[in-house]
Design a binder for this molecule. Structure first.
Ligand SMILES: *Cc1c(COP(=O)(O)O)cnc(C)c1O
Length: 420
C-alpha cells in the first residue's frame, strides 16, 4: 500500500495554533496550491491560449481565488453570488466563465455586465439570455451532452440521465441561432465525469469535443475558438489511490489535438474548470477530540461536524484522518469518528483504524480543500468555522473568520411584532 500522506505541518505547530484559534478550523497549504497550478500550466504550455477557470464552488474564499488568479487562473462561476464574489476579488471580463443551468435573468445580466464568457446549458437559453440583456454578448459557449461516453462515473451517473448540456443536433442549432444573432466568438464545453482518477479522461473527452468542433464547422461554418474540458479530474482520497499525472494528461490532450484539429487546419484554446484538483489535496479540517465512547463499538467524538465537512455524511466519502503527533503509532483503535449533530450520519469515518486516540488529541481531516467549507451549513445551530492559509514562509494567515451568533441571528427577527 502507498505510504500515507502526512499534513505539511507538525503536531506542535497545530497545537500552538490551537492556543490561539478554537477548533474546528480549516488550513490550506499555499505551497501545494501554487505547485499544482504551476504544473497544470506547464502540462498545457503547448497550447497558446490555455487557461484554467477555477470552479469557485470548490473553495469560494477570496484569498484562494486571488492566489490562483496571481498564477494565471480565471474563475468558473455558477450563480449571482459567485459572480459578485469574483468581482470583489478583482476577477472580471474574460477571466470569468459563467457555467450555470436553470439561470435567472438577473444572473445573465450580471455575467454580461462583468464581460464574462457565458456558457449556455440549453438551446432555449438563447432567448432567455437575449431577453435578459436586450442583445447577445459577443462570446458564447455551449454545453454538450453526448448522452453516452466511454468512461462512466458514479457522481455524474449515466449521461442520458443527467440534467446538464445539450445533444449534438441542438448544439448545432444553437450555434446557427447565435451566429445569426450576432455572436462572433464560440466555444464548446462538456463535463462528463467527476472526481475521475483515469488519466485518459481528459484525452478521451478532448477527442469527442475536437471531432464535434470539426462537425460544427462543417455544418454551420462556425469555427469555435475554445474548447472547455471543464472539471472532473479527481484526487486521491483513499490510501493506495494514485494522484493523476497531469503531464501525462496534458500530453494525451496534445496528441488528440495534433491528430484531430491540427490535421484539419483548426486551432483552439484549451480551457479547464478544475475545482477539486486545484485545492482538494491542500486543505485540512483541524478538530479536537472531545469525547470517547465505548458502547457496541468505539467512538471518537470531535468538535467538528458534518456542517464543517459534509462529504462523508452526504455520500459516504472517505477522507484521510491523521491523529497529529501519533503518526508513527500502530493503528489499534478501530472506531467511528463522529460529530455532535443529532443525525447518525454525522461521521467523518466509520470503522477506521486509528492509533490509540485520547481526549485533547488533534485530528487533521485531509483532502478537504474542495467542497469542504464551501458545503458548510447551519443545522443544529452550528456556526461555520474559520479558514487559514499556511503561507509558503510557514506563517498562518486568517482568510475567513468563523461565523458568530450574531451572523446566525442576522436573518431572524426576534421582535414579537414580526409574526408571532
Ligand atoms: C463542479 C463543476 C466544475 C468543477 O468540478 P471539479 O470536479 O471540482 O473539478 C467545473 N465546471 C462545472 C460546470 C461544474 O459544475
Amino acid at each position: 500500500m502507498q505510504e500515507e500522506r502526512h499534513p505539511p505541518f507538525t503536531a506542535e505547530q497545530a497545537k500552538a495554533w490551537r492556543e490561539m484559534i478554537p477548533t474546528p478550523f480549516y488550513v490550506y497549504d499555499e505551497a501545494g496550491i501554487r505547485a499544482c497550478a504551476t504544473d497544470l500550466y506547464k502540462a498545457f504550455s503547448w497550447n497558446k491560449g490555455f487557461k484554467e477557470y477555477f470552479a469557485v464552488k470548490a473553495t469560494p474564499t477570496p484569498a484562494i481565488l486571488r492566489l490562483l488568479a496571481s498564477l494565471g487562473c480565471g474563475v468558473d462561476c455558477a450563480s449571482l453570488i459567485e459572480l459578485m464574489l469574483s468581482e470583489k476579488c478583482g476577477i472580471v471580463g474574460k477571466n470569468i466563465m459563467f457555467s450555470s443551468n436553470e439561470t435567472r435573468r438577473e444572473e445573465y445580466r450580471e455575467a454580461v455586465r462583468l464581460g464574462a464568457i457565458v456558457n449556455l446549458d440549453d438551446l432555449t437559453q438563447i432567448e432567455n439570455l437575449r431577453a435578459a440583456c436586450g442583445t447577445l454578448p459577443d462570446t458564447v459557449c455551449c454545453r454538450y451532452n453526448p448522452g453516452k461516453f466511454q468512461i462512466t462515473n458514479d457522481i455524474i451517473g449515466h449521461l442520458a440521465d443527467t440534467k446538464f448540456g445539450m445533444p449534438e443536433e441542438q448544439l448545432i442549432e444553437a450555434f446557427r441561432n447565435l451566429r445569426d444573432g450576432g455572436v462572433r466568438h464560440f466555444g464548446i464545453h462538456a463535463m462528463l465525469a467527476s472526481c475521475s482518477l483515469e488519466e485518459t479522461y481528459y484525452p478521451k473527452l478532448a477527442r469527442e469535443l475536437f471531432s464535434l468542433a470539426l462537425r460544427v464547422r462543417e455544418q454551420t461554418g462556425v469555427a469555435v475558438e475554445f474548447i472547455d474540458l471543464s472539471g472532473g479530474i479527481g484526487i486521491p482520497y483513499r490510501p493506495g489511490e494514485q494522484a493523476v499525472d497531469i503531464f501525462a494528461v496534458g500530453a494525451g490532450v496534445k496528441e488528440a489535438y495534433d491528430e484531430i484539429l491540427l490535421q484539419n487546419g483548426m486551432e483552439v484554446s484549451i480551457f479547464t474548470e478544475l475545482g477539486r484538483y486545484m485545492t482538494g489535496p491542500y486543505g485540512y479540517l483541524l478538530t479536537s477530540v472531545i469525547g470517547k465512547k465505548h458502547t457496541y463499538k468505539e467512538y471518537v467524538g470531535v468538535d467538528a461536524t458534518a456542517c464543517d465537512l459534509m462529504r462523508p455524511a452526504m455520500y459516504g466519502a472517505y477522507h484521510p484522518i491523521t491523529v497529529l503527533g501519533r503518526e508513527d503509532e500502530e493503528k489499534t483503535l478501530v472506531c467511528d469518528v463522529v460529530g455532535s449533530l443529532c443525525e447518525n450520519n454525522d461521521k467523518f469515518a466509520v470503522d477506521r483504524p486509528l492509533p490509540p486516540t485520547e481526549l485533547g488529541d488533534m485530528l487533521a481531516i485531509g483532502a478537504a480543500g474542495a467542497h469542504g467549507r464551501s458545503m458548510g451549513y447551519n443545522y443544529n445551530g452550528k456556526l461555520r468555522c474559520a479558514e487559514f492559509l499556511l503561507k509558503s514562509d510557514g506563517s498562518l494567515v486568517k482568510i475567513r473568520r468563523a461565523e458568530t451568533p450574531e451572523d446566525y441571528f442576522a436573518t431572524l427577527d426576534i421582535d414579537p411584532a414580526f409574526g408571532i
